[in-house]
Design a protein around this ligand. Structure first.
Ligand code: ACM
Length: 262
């Protein structure tokens, strides 16, 4: 299958323009799976609960998810995209999975970063893996990477590829994902954004460097740190189903959970 990412530069608050910008690039990618950044349709730096409520959308009935469903159907592509989700008076930093069959599911970010804690509720879905015709897709969102339990849980649940919508501001993740893939024998597609936002007290610069990493820890493609970009890689998910390191070692069977702390 062909998996890829779009590295974007959203305009804060302009949902139709941000969705249009992505929509125009889907057909060129010719991918089976496309991962978009975290909060790709709103931008990142919310400055009040009112603003977060106003820009958040219901899933799956909201504007952005419906547009993604239409794109998935038109171009026969699975899409994972970060969206500000509204559920009554609560907002979640969520990611949806859509496919040619329509809406498939939502994941609500487990580990909120910095001021996200002011606007969003911690996710309550837990990690989720969907077995689709193109493979088993697990989702984590940005800062979830910092907790090795996130990718480990997804791998133990059977994820062959981790879709990782992100808005990274710290420099560590692109290199760390090599280890996350290696230790779990999974593929990962991290889709980050570029540009800056200076809406609150602090200016945030997003580091780009979106990437596709293999179960052997190879970086199949890494983007620049400041350009909008798309990339795809031809990948064989069978590599993620084989957890043997050698005839004596299996990444999962050799685990000793009785000695691990929860
Ligand atoms: C982050 O979780 N957006 C850093």
């Amino acid at each position: 299958m062909t998996a890829g990412f779009m590295q974007t530069r959203p305009v804060f608050g302009n949902i139709p323009a941000n969705v249009d910008a992505v929509s125009g690039r889907v057909s060129d990618m010719d991918a089976d799976l496309i991962v978009l950044p975290e909060l790709f349709s709103t931008g990142y730096q919310f400055i009040s609960k009112e603003e977060t409520l106003e820009l958040s959308e219901e899933i799956p009935m909201g504007y952005t998810t419906q547009r993604l469903i239409a794109l998935s159907k038109e171009f026969t592509v699975y899409i994972v995209a970060g969206i500000a989700e509204r559920d009554g008076d609560n907002c979640y930093n969520s990611a949806v999975l859509t496919g040619p069959e329509g809406f498939i599911g939502v994941y609500r970010k487990t580990h909120l970063f910095f001021e996200e804690k002011l606007w969003f509720k911690p996710g309550d879905t837990g990690f989720r893996v969907w077995k689709t015709p193109i493979g088993a897709i697990g989702i984590m969102v940005c800062f979830d990477w910092f907790f090795p339990e996130s990718s480990r849980t997804l791998a133990l649940m059977g994820a062959e590829i981790i879709a990782h919508p992100s808005n990274l501001v710290l420099p560590f993740c692109p290199d760390a994902m090599v280890t996350r893939c290696l230790e779990n024998r999974v593929f990962a597609v991290t889709a980050n954004r570029v540009g800056t936002e200076h809406r609150g007290a602090q200016q945030l610069t997003f580091i780009g460097r979106s990437e596709i990493v293999s179960p052997q820890g190879s970086i199949l493609f890494r983007a620049t740190d400041d350009q909008e970009e798309t990339a795809t890689a031809e990948i064989d998910l069978a590599l993620a189903r084989d957890k043997d390191l050698n005839p004596s070692n299996n990444f999962f069977k050799d685990r000793r959970p009785e000695f691990y702390k929860s």
